[in-house]
Write a protein that binds this ligand. Structure first.
Ligand code: HEM
Length: 510
């Protein structure tokens, strides 16, 4: 009797639940999508998704159903789009700026930092932080890029025997960590000097792999269900977050102390700079330490969440971008030769001459190589938005439509970058295609996203990439040794088996 009552209750609840969604179902009836079971939705597809299968499964779905699709997962309506027309309208919108609920798996780590926040908090912070990536500041940062790239090149010498196969990722990772700490945070962490992966970097790697799995799981996105069903993983996650927070707290403390010590001499420097009519620009952490919002200084936890956000975004994305690029260069000898010719022409052979921002701006072919690598392997392969209001779109083939409020939109940047229509033979690495860009839409290529929530560190990342690539390619011949990359989405796109290649020191006297 009890069993019958439970079954009747579940069936009635399921029916009412399904009935309640009819208006939303009707709104997206014009969009194709995978088969969705009543109440449960597209569980058969969700079960297939994990960080390793994500790219392949998404690619197959696009081939089968097209670039704009809808899918139900329980009561969640997901719009999955690598449709350039649709994404352009959403990315450019000033209204739909709220991230996906799934991003909140990162919440305990990154808090209300710029990547995750929205509304007034996001506006205020973006306004404070934007000037800290101004051209004049980047010009000063290039000196640090130059010095830290030299250390990276020195460290790579040990592998450059022409036959060793190695993963270049850890070398780049420590260099980019040193760079973001010394530039944006004004603190030297000497990660490259320590000559081993720091606990912070190991924690980031392990934690982002865990977060990526949670991101793609139907139930583990929910903190309570994750805690109840995977208590040991939850403990591990908390420990990793503690390690990362301890590191960033130390970075902040170190900078505070340096600033206090400098206070005295700073006063006189500021005075003399004002006499000379120069206004010194402050880097990110100094600005955060002195900023006030609505008449009060930022609290320590508010400062730390921005430091966490920028330490992560500022090193993990660029490490992946540079590693993919080096791997591609090692597999494309003609591209490498052309790059080297340009590097020698612009920078010469003198390894002791420092490289400045004007030199970097002249490396035009290198820009095409970087663009092509970011097209094929965008470090941020997908973006997501939650619609707080209805989103009206127009489409040349699907007609006009409305995505109802409450829907979650997942935009596949990697899917857009691999469309034959915009990039003929998309699987071929061909930097020349960026030489004379004639795409019908500039939104077909958006590795740094676009619109109001685009990447604030874009210019920083491009200059840093150029510096490291220029120094490495000038010093070493990259050799196609080792296994091919295997893409995995660990929040940032990486290779599951590393970025294997070989190196041989060049004789630059030729
Ligand atoms: C090649 C390297 C990089 C790539 C491909 C990249 C890409 C992106 C993308 C696609 C977004 C949008 C994310 C979203 O909407 O969910 C983003 C946002 C962001 N990026 Fe980057 N990024 C890179 C490097 C950097 C660097 C070096 C920094 C900092 C120094 C940085 C800081 C940020 C921040 C703070 C946001 C959030 C901005 C906001 O929502 O207002 N990124 N990035």
């Amino acid at each position: 009797m009890l069993l019958i009552a439970i079954v009747v209750f579940l069936l009635t609840a399921g029916f009412l639940f399904h009935w309640g969604q009819r208006a939303r179902r009707a709104a997206v009836a014009n969009l194709p999508g995978p088969y969705c079971f009543p109440v449960l939705g597209a569980v058969q597809l969700m079960c297939k998704l994990n960080p390793k299968t994500f790219i392949k499964t998404s690619h197959e779905q696009v081939k089968k159903l097209g670039t704009l699709q809808r899918a139900w997962v329980l009561n969640r309506l997901l719009i999955v789009s690598c449709d350039v027309e649709f994404n352009e309208q959403l990315l450019a919108s000033q209204e739909h700026l709220v991230k996906l609920p799934a991003y909140m798996v990162l919440g305990q780590w990154l808090g209300n930092g710029l990547l995750l926040s929205d509304g007034k908090a996001w506006h205020q912070r973006r306004k404070i932080i934007t000037p800290t990536f101004h051209f004049a500041i980047l010009e000063q940062f290039v000196e640090v890029f130059d010095q830290q790239s030299n250390i990276c090149v020195q460290r790579l010498q040990q592998k450059a025997d022409g036959s060793s196969i190695f993963d270049v990722y850890p070398f780049i990772c420590l260099a980019t960590l040193d760079i973001i700490a010394e530039t944006a945070m004004g603190t030297k962490v000497n990660a490259q000097m320590a000559d081993q992966m720091t606990p912070y970097v190991n924690a980031v790697n392990e934690c982002t792999a865990l977060f990526a799995w949670r991101f793609m799981s139907v139930y583990a996105q929910n903190e309570l269900l994750f805690t109840l069903l995977h208590p040991l993983l939850k403990l591990r996650q908390s420990k990793l977050i503690r390690i990362m927070h301890e590191f960033t707290t130390k970075v902040i403390e170190q900078r505070r102390q340096t600033l206090e010590k400098k206070q005295q001499s700073e006063d006189s420097t500021v005075e003399s700079e004002q006499v000379l009519g120069k206004k010194r620009r402050m880097a990110l952490l100094d600005v955060l330490l002195q900023a006030s919002v609505e008449g009060r200084p930022l609290r320590n936890d508010e400062i730390r969440e921005e430091v966490d956000t920028f330490m992560f975004e500022g090193h993990d994305t660029t490490t992946s971008a540079i590693s993919f690029c080096l791997w591609q260069i090692s597999r494309n000898p003609e591209v490498q030769q052309k790059m080297l010719a340009e590097i020698l022409q612009v920078l010469g052979t003198d390894r002791n001459r420092s490289i400045n921002i004007r030199d970097l701006n002249e490396l035009k072919y290198m820009e095409c190589v970087m663009k092509e690598s970011l097209r094929m392997h965008p470090p941020v392969p997908v973006l997501g938005r939650t619609l707080k209001n209805d989103f009206k779109y127009t489409h040349s083939t699907l007609g006009d439509g409305v995505i109802p409020a409450g829907s979650e939109v997942i935009m596949g940047l990697i899917g857009m970058h691999h469309q034959e229509k915009y990039f003929p033979e998309p699987e071929v690495f061909r930097p020349d295609r960026h030489d004379h860009e004639e795409r019908t839409s500039s939104y077909a290529y958006v590795p740094f996203s676009a619109g109001p929530r685009n990447c604030i560190g874009q210019k920083f990342a491009q200059l840093e990439m150029k510096m490291l690539l220029a120094k490495i390619v000038r010093e070493f011949e990259l050799l196609p040794l080792g296994e091919p990359i295997e893409m995995v989405v660990n929040i940032v796109l990486r290779s599951d088996n590393g970025f294997q290649l070989g190196m041989r020191r060049r004789n630059l006297s030729i």
